[in-house]
Design a protein around this ligand. Structure first.
Ligand SMILES: Cc1ncc(COP(=O)(O)O)c(C=O)c1O
Length: 230
């Protein structure tokens, strides 16, 4: 005998288009969009057809609402959320928003997502900093690998929370604590997991855990002009 689905599970099914013909597991390259996102994308396309009809709320209210709901999803505060057109743009904003000193180091992982290299490598010439690539000591790259590579010059560790190539999950709390202890920043690219696993990015050390120097470049980046499913 199978148990009847709970009402919450039944409600969630209503949020997606009928999928009975396939067991579809590719939630990376082409993931299914929930109905609510399809409706929002269609509304945005209508605005593009007739931009003169675009309501003022598209510029003010919607970003505010999106920041508030993302903050709920991530246990953050709305003012801690920046909306960008993608993870790479968010990382670029961090790269060019920080003051760098020559000799400082940025750590990233071996074979990381290309945005890591296209964001940080140009800073070597521009700022005199050094991008160091951390290799896994065993099969998967771990927080311990990064911690072992930290030096007093390390200003930033930039890594995927879940890797795009091998799906390994970084122990971000452990790495954040180590970075924080020596005044380094941690940038987590959550493109492969944001929204798919519980995430708590409470900002200050006093607010449930995350040291205040962690920056998150999450997957779910919504702007009125660029609605994306992931
Ligand atoms: C780890 C990771 N970072 C970033 C991205 C996407 O970057 P952007 O949002 O700039 O297109 C992906 C897309 O697959 C990814 O897997």
């Amino acid at each position: 005998m199978t148990a009847a689905p709970s009402s919450t599970a039944a409600d969630w099914r209503q949020e997606w288009f009928e999928f009975e013909e396939a067991t579809y597991l590719d939630t990376a390259a082409q993931s299914a969009m929930p109905k609510v996102a399809v409706r929002a994308a269609l509304a945005a396309i209508e605005w593009k057809k007739f931009p003169q009809r675009m309501p003022d709320s598209a510029y003010e209210e919607i970003p505010t609402r999106v920041r508030a709901s993302l903050a709920r999803l991530l246990a953050a505060r709305p003012e801690e959320i920046a909306l960008t057109t993608g993870a790479s743009t968010g990382m670029a904003a961090v790269a060019y928003g920080l003051d760098w000193k020559p000799g400082q180091e940025i750590l990233t992982g071996k074979a990381e997502f290309p945005a890591q290299f296209s964001t940080w490598k140009p800073l070597e010439e521009r700022e005199g900093v050094k991008l160091r690539v951390v290799a896994p000591r065993e099969r998967f790259l771990t927080a311990e690998d990064f911690i072992a590579a930290l030096t007093p010059q390390t200003r930033l560790v930039s890594a995927s929370l879940v890797r795009f190539d091998d799906a390994s999950l970084l122990d971000s709390a452990r790495l954040a604590a180590a970075c924080h202890a020596q005044g380094a920043l941690l940038l987590l690219d959550a493109s492969q997991c944001c929204g798919a696993m519980p995430m708590n990015v409470a900002l200050s050390a006093g607010r449930s855990g995350r040291p205040k120097d962690t920056l998150l470049a999450p997957a779910v980046m919504f702007t009125p002009n660029s609605w994306r499913s992931r």
